[in-house]
Design a protein around this ligand. Structure first.
Ligand code: ADP
Ligand code: ASP
Ligand code: MG
Length: 406
């Protein structure tokens, strides 16, 4: 049996026809080296943003089903163009939508999860010697509705395919040379990591490092699939995302991340009674709202403010729910703040070392950046700060931990 390799090309790697042709050349090179190649592609450049912008000009409250119909068209353009570019190089290739290739998801529009992939069609076409090109970020629900997996979801399509096809490796081609100690667009002296553990990459991705979709790392980690994140603009070795090895523990902090797409919501003067927190967060969960950080102060006056953060894209929906809750529990209304950002440090070494939090706080203090909220876990510390100060905060923390090029 030939070795299967899954390669994913992100939006910037297929932003125009020249880049599509260059991706095609790379794919054909692997094919001629003897691999069976399965390719996952994102929409061209900023197509998904442009499609969402069109929708927002029509309504502020679009149906999520229709959003999926709209967004899934982006990837249909890129797969077909890439197939044509491969044909031009004298190699056989066939493009598929998620539905055609049997990517079955649940029915949660705009954030669907993959349930199963039927590989019969892919294997049949591979046997004929074809390169398989699959539209990223989309699938079909058991009721044949088109779904999408959430922004950045093509990485997850790639890892799910790597899993069901038992690929030896999943290559993620993007516009940077690999995973860095911080977003290289913000921190100029950020360093490319040779390798990073699944655990750390999952935290970094969940905390805003856009380079990988966090759910793709969950799949890779569960099935131990090595990921190679690398640039589509050169042939350099990138970053390997792999199972933790002993030496990785020696590094205290692996990287710094920022998420500028969160919003803080406060329910004011919540009566200090048992059961109210449960009531608030049950209602939010029932409305499919993911809550991130929560803070509640000790009450001195019989009532207290309850603040929490949510994904910015869920803000309107959250405010609607929070207003209903506030009324039900006799609180004094709801306020919100969109001008926040969450900066975090991540590293498995934190499990066994102390002092990381104080170092992070003093880096922020040295720049007179106020900390709004704090949360910690075994391998990360996050602080909410003013969005305008976010990049400065990332740079200061990166410097404090001496993560830059020396
Ligand atoms: P693609 O279109 O290839 O999926 P993305 O835009 O989703 O690419 O992700 C790549 C971008 O992620 C980079 O251009 C970079 O600015 C950003 N990024 C954020 N944090 C990191 C990090 N720690 N390492 C590398 N890139 C990062
Ligand atoms: N095109 C989708 C997006 O922009 C999916 C992806 O690029 O992974 O979010
Ligand atoms: Mg991406």
């Amino acid at each position: 049996m030939r070795k299967i390799i899954v390669q994913k090309y992100g939006g910037s790697s297929v932003a125009n026809t020249k880049r599509i042709e260059s991706a095609a050349k790379r794919i054909v090179r692997y094919k001629r080296k003897g691999y069976d190649v399965v390719v996952v592609v994102s929409a061209l450049g900023d197509t998904t943003d442009e499609l969402l912008d069109l929708a927002s000009r029509i309504t502020k409250n679009p149906s999520e089903r229709e959003l999926d119909m709209l967004m899934s068209t982006g990837e249909q353009i890129s797969v077909s163009l890439l197939a044509m570019a491969i044909h031009k190089l004298g190699c056989e290739a066939i493009s598929f939508t998620g539905a055609q290739v049997g990517i079955i998801t649940d029915a949660k529009h705009t954030k669907a999860r993959i349930l199963d992939i039927n590989t019969v069609r892919i294997r049949r076409e591979l046997k004929k010697g074809k390169v398989i090109i699959v539209a990223g970020f989309q699938g079909t629900s058991p009721d044949s509705e088109i779904t999408t997996l959430g922004r950045g979801g093509s990485d997850t399509t790639a890892l799910a395919l790597a899993k069901v096809l038992k690929a030896k490796v999943c290559e993620i081609y993007t516009d940077v040379d690999g995973v860095f100690t911080a977003d290289p667009r913000i921190v100029k002296d950020a360093v490319k990591l040779e390798s990073i553990s699944y655990e750390e990459m999952l935290e970094m991705a969940s905390l805003g490092a856009q380079v990988m979709h966090s759910r793709s790392i969950e799949v890779a980690s569960k099935f131990n699939i090595p990921i190679h994140v690398r640039s589509s603009f050169n042939n350099k070795e990138g970053t390997w995302i792999i199972k933790e090895v002993k030496a990785m523990e020696d590094v205290l902090v692996r990287g710094v991340t920022v998420n500028k797409n969160e919003a803080k919501v406060t329910i004011c003067n919540v009566p200090d009674k048992p059961g109210l927190a449960a009531k608030i967060f049950k209602r939010l969960a029932d409305d499919d709202i993911n809550v991130d950080m929560i803070i509640q102060n000790v009450s001195r006056t019989g009532s207290t403010d309850m603040s929490f953060t949510v994904n910015g894209t869920d803000l309107q929906k959250t405010l609607r729910s929070a207003r209903v809750i506030s009324h039900d529990i006799k609180a004094k209304g709801v306020t919100h703040d969109k001008n926040i950002a969450k900066v975090s440090v991540v590293g498995v070494g934190m499990k066994s070392h102390s002092g990381v939090a104080s170092k992070m706080f003093s880096a922020l203090a040295s720049k007179r950046i106020n900390i709004n909220m704090i949360s910690t876990s075994e391998i990360k510390i996050s602080c909410v700060v003013d969005k305008k100060k976010a990049d400065e905060a990332v740079k200061a923390i990166h410097r404090e931990f001496k993560l830059g090029r020396r």
